[in-house]
Write a protein that binds this ligand. Structure first.
Ligand SMILES: Nc1ncnc2c1ncn2[C@@H]1O[C@H](COP(=O)(O)OP(=O)(O)OP(=O)(O)O)[C@@H](O)[C@H]1O
Length: 297
């Protein structure tokens, strides 16, 4: 059995309130070294508040957040992580190169190392235009510059708030592939997303957040086992109670257990027909998401 990886990030009993609004109401999770952890949830669930707290930009109302061995209130902690905010305003007059050099200087990265990191990130993100002001850039190009910015200090931990939201499909793919690359290099990544397919394709573990709480958490297999269910679609050649006619003379009944399948078979035989096909369907992450969040998008 491989040795357990150390936790790089640990959140316990986190709450965040804004006046009367309880945005985060007791969130707990740990993220191991090199793991990709996804937060998904409907609008207003508390994802951004949680991520900004992890990045040291918001003070928790209560609870403990430890990143890379630092309490989140320790300014040193911020040097060890890279944060990509949901909206990242850039200095519009600067070129990507001058903008990214400016941030590298803030982290005391020497010029040669900074230029190597900047070129490598922009190459991998497919951003060729480097000498025009960022103000002329499309949303996708600006997002790539913001992603490169999160890497200038070569952080171990990356906190990305909806890295691919609002981007066209090509740019989305570049960003998702890039996130995968970072994971393959061993970075620890916590990110939020609306698109469940991104989460499914990139994350080792996921938390589904609703109303400031974690409604489900674990690997996709664990979440499915805890919250999902198996459906059996039983096809018969005669009508049985509760069946839907799917084509001429072929009926479908959906049940949730083998006993249910047997029941349909008995009824079909009693009606002079039989079961002609059975298909099983396991819950997808989307089914679980809709079930645990009460169907909110
Ligand atoms: N600065 C603030 N002042 C007051 N309320 C806030 C503030 N920031 C967030 N909220 C409220 O806190 C709740 C959680 O917001 P948050 O942005 O953390 O959710 P989210 O899951 O990231 O949503 P989205 O997917 O829409 O970005 C919402 O009800 C939001 O209106």
């Amino acid at each position: 059995m491989p040795a357990a990886r150390a936790n790089v990030l640990s959140v316990s009993g986190l709450t965040k309130t804004y006046g009367d609004v309880e945005a985060v109401r007791g969130v707990d999770f740990d993220v191991a070294d090199g793991e990709v952890f996804g937060l998904v949830g409907p609008n207003g669930a508390g994802k951004t508040s949680t991520l900004k707290t992890l990045a040291g930009l918001l003070e928790p109302t209560s609870g403990d957040v430890v990143v890379n061995g630092y309490d989140v209130s320790d300014p040193e902690m911020r040097r060890t992580l890279g944060f990509l905010p949901e909206e990242s305003p850039l200095y519009e007059d600067m070129t990507p190169r001058s903008y990214l050099r400016f941030f590298a200087d803030l982290y005391d990265v020497d010029r040669e190392t900074a230029d190597e990191r900047i070129a490598s990130a922009l190459d991998r993100l497919d951003l060729d235009v480097r000498d025009r002001p960022v103000g002329d850039f499309s949303k996708g190009m600006k997002r790539k510059v913001a992603i490169a910015r999160s890497l200038v200090n070569d952080p171990e931990v990356l906190i990305y708030d909806e890295p691919a939201s609002g981007l066209d499909p090509t740019t989305t793919n570049v960003v998702i592939e890039f996130t995968r690359d970072l994971a393959a290099q061993g970075k620890t990544i916590v990110f939020s997303a609306h698109d469940l397919h991104h989460v499914e394709s990139v994350c080792d573990r996921v938390a589904i957040v609703a109303d400031g709480r974690i409604a489900a958490k674990g690997t996709l297999a664990e979440i499915r086992a805890d919250h999902g269910r198996v459906e059996y679609r039983v096809f018969t050649d005669v009508a049985v109670p509760d069946a839907t006619e799917v084509e001429d003379g072929r009926y479908r009944t959906t049940v949730e257990s083998m006993a249910g399948v047997d029941d349909v078979r008995e009824r079909a035989r009693a009606a002079g027909g039989d079961v002609v096909d059975i298909r099983t369907r396991e819950s997808t992450l989307e089914d679980v998401f809709l079930a645990v969040t009460g169907g909110r998008e």
